[in-house]
Design a protein around this ligand. Sequence first.
Ligand code: SF4
Length: 358
Amino acid sequence: MDTCLACKSCAGQCPVKVDVPDFRSKFLALYHTRYHAQSGTCCWHGWNLLCHSWPRHPGSARQRAAGEPRRKITAAPHRPGPRADAERCRPDRRTRRACFAIATPASIAAVEAQARRAVIVVQDAFTSHFETGLVLDTLRLLDRLGFHPLLAPFLPGGKPLHVHGFLGRFHRTAEKNATMLKRLESTGIPLIGIDPAMTLIYRSEYKETLGEANSPHVYLLQEWLAQALASAGSHISDDVEPCFLLPHCTERTNAAAAMDNWERVFTACGAQLNVLPVGCCGMSGTYGHEAQNRSTSETIYQMSWGPTVARHYAGGRLMATGYSCRCQASAIDAVALPHPVQVLLALVGSRAAVKSGR
Ligand code: SF4
């Protein structure tokens, strides 16, 4: 079971719903009651907590996250774990500076009049800590499309705890996060998540742990946007070069309509989208960052992602939805794949400029 990436693709595709990551997690929880957890696993957990404290203590966390613990749990220095950027890792502060609001009772009451156009973006640890700019780009895109985006306060979702079998701690983390999100959901404003793997946790692991009634419903970004753009009838038409999407394997296999929804969103924004037939990128959260997994991780990447990236990257319109996938492509092929939000923002922004004659 050490070689399972916990990508959950089997769970989505199995006709009798055998869920390997789920029973692996339960096995590890039992194992941890009798034996010590592997030191690397504990380091990842500690590192996760360290990243969570980052916004409060940016200076110290920067030094520690760039230092010894991070190096010890990952492979050689040229294969480091994801590096948080202390200058940029302040989603709450940067959101306010960009004139967007954090979702609080007061800010929600202030947008009550426009509630039908309001939407709350749920943060996840990967995007908020390592790609803070993408959080801001998502808020900007929603704003340009005529919605009123608010950013949910950050609380850890607990996915790494579940993957590594710390089920007691996962339960407590999930309960706290779900309580906060349920409170926001009760205002009637929809919740959306940016990273597919971190968002789908609310409809699988959370439901199994907390029950359906206690789990918030968090839409994948494209699920909500496809509906919202269709009902708003907002079409921003023009012929443009086709875009190519490398989806996260968890999203493709566990959310049946996810790819169609991305196509609908791109069509509504006047762009063509081709979803490429790739499998797992081999990174899957922290799996590919661990030294003992690195060779398997790279082999998996070369099975479908490597040739596809080589074929389509030069066109400049190759995107990936998963944080881990972008991280893997950057590490192996030294390419910077944008999230679809960033391509859409450029498209919508350039159309707005043309319309206004700028
Ligand atoms: S690697 Fe992915 S598809 Fe294979 S067993 Fe693990 S979770 Fe299932």
